[in-house]
Design a binder for this molecule. Structure first.
Ligand SMILES: [Zn+2]
Ligand SMILES: [Zn+2]
Ligand SMILES: [Zn+2]
Length: 388
């Protein structure tokens, strides 16, 4: 498929602009330093020759540009969820011991003795609270891209491109990370290749366009010690350039020999879920364990912007919610918040007090999953392994 080709500088009007010559030599070829031994490295067109597109002024070929999202006006007033009633029932002795036996059986080195022998003297139930805030955001990055083109003229639409945040792109699913690239409409420009100046090939940098290289064996003299003829070059002093197959020219890698480039603005939309968790826990159980456990969902809400929870359970939850909602509203200035959700979970915690061999101790059973935290279980090695 090949479209019409136009002589240099005679592209149809509309979206096409000619390159400005910068450092062409007399042949109109730019034998710049972009040739690495034997290889051509494609280069991006000069940005100043593309012209500004409204809304894309900071966009270039090198790195992505992040246009800040439109401002957001939050609705007034917070949500008052009111008191929530809950009661935490204690595990029975048998349930606690069953949980412990399960843990011991999962650790092959742990002895069963202490679990069987210990006397459970008290089980104190309590509740830990887990407040979680998820914020789902979108970032939009613009970048000029180019690709080889056969020079087919673009239909001049006369339309301006939509602003980066007006290009219709939507996530497939809320709260799922992902990204998508789209070509922004009405940003396309077709121009002769700046590297080969529309010729499709470029002077070979390895032989300087001569098609032959100096023979490295005789340094170009054609003879060796004792006036013997050089066998490498048969006395010619030169060898055919293998990089250009003696033509002195190479196919331009920037336009792939097709002479034109089609430039356009590429929009990369990236979706990300940011999450934060606050744990309110009053026993010796580490907070990070509560974080990983599940509990009874006492409250949950999903909104384009959630209001901090208030009047809820413990004032510390309200404070944490307020802090995190505020933090999420300001932390990612280059991202637009699409949706937020937050929840409060009540995670059951049972502190199990026991006596073993006359010594008192305590371990914890927590979460709907009845996980056991017993870091100082008395018999963690039955002798089958050696702890270093
Ligand atoms: Zn060559
Ligand atoms: Zn030679
Ligand atoms: Zn080219």
């Amino acid at each position: 498929m090949s479209g019409p080709h136009y002589p240099m500088g005679e592209m149809p009007t509309g979206q096409q602009i000619g390159w400005q010559a910068t450092s062409a030599d007399s042949s109109g070829q730019d034998s710049s330093q972009r040739q690495v031994k034997g290889q051509l490295v494609p280069t991006a067109p000069p940005l100043d020759s593309i012209g500004d597109l409204p809304g894309y002024e900071g966009t270039n070929f090198d790195g992505g540009f992040l246009p800040p999202p439109p401002p957001y006006e939050p609705p007034s007033g917070g949500g008052d969820q009111g008191p929530v009633s809950y009661n935490q029932e204690a595990l029975t002795d048998n349930e606690a011991r069953a949980c412990l036996n399960q843990l011991v059986s999962e650790n092959c080195c742990w002895g069963k003795g202490p679990a069987n022998d210990m006397k459970i003297v008290n089980i104190a139930p309590s509740s830990a609270f887990k407040y979680t805030l998820d914020t789902f955001t979108e970032a939009r990055e613009t970048k000029w891209q180019y690709e080889p083109s056969d020079g087919a003229a673009l239909a001049a639409t006369g339309l301006q491109p939509p602003l980066p945040w007006d290009v219709p792109v939507a996530p497939q699913k809320m709260f799922k990370d992902g990204s998508q690239k789209v070509e922004v409409p009405n940003t396309q420009v077709v121009k002769p290749c700046h590297d080969c100046r529309g010729h499709g090939d470029i002077r070979c940098g390895d032989c300087d366009g001569r098609g032959h290289e100096t023979c490295s064996s005789c340094s170009g003299t054609g003879t060796r010690i004792g006036d013997e003829q050089c066998t490498w070059c048969d006395g010619r002093g030169t060898k055919p350039c293998t990089w250009c197959h003696t033509t002195g020219m190479k196919t331009c890698s920037t336009c792939d020999g097709r002479r034109y480039l089609r430039c356009y603005v590429e929009l990369t939309v990236t979706w990300k879920k940011h999450d934060d968790t606050f744990v309110l826990e009053k026993t010796a159980l580490p907070d990070k364990l509560v974080k990983s456990a599940s509990g009874q969902v006492a409250f949950s809400d999903e909104q384009p912007r959630v209001a901090p929870v208030a009047g809820f359970l413990d004032p510390q939850i309200g404070q944490a919610s307020q802090d995190l909602v505020h933090k999420h509203a300001t932390k990612w200035p280059n991202e637009r918040i699409l949706m937020q959700r937050h929840s409060v979970e009540i995670v059951p915690v049972n502190a199990v007090e026991y006596v073993l061999d006359g010594k008192e101790g305590v371990f914890h059973i927590y979460g709907n999953e009845n996980k056991v935290h017993f870091p100082d279980y008395p018999s963690q090695c039955c002798g089958c392994c050696v702890l270093m």
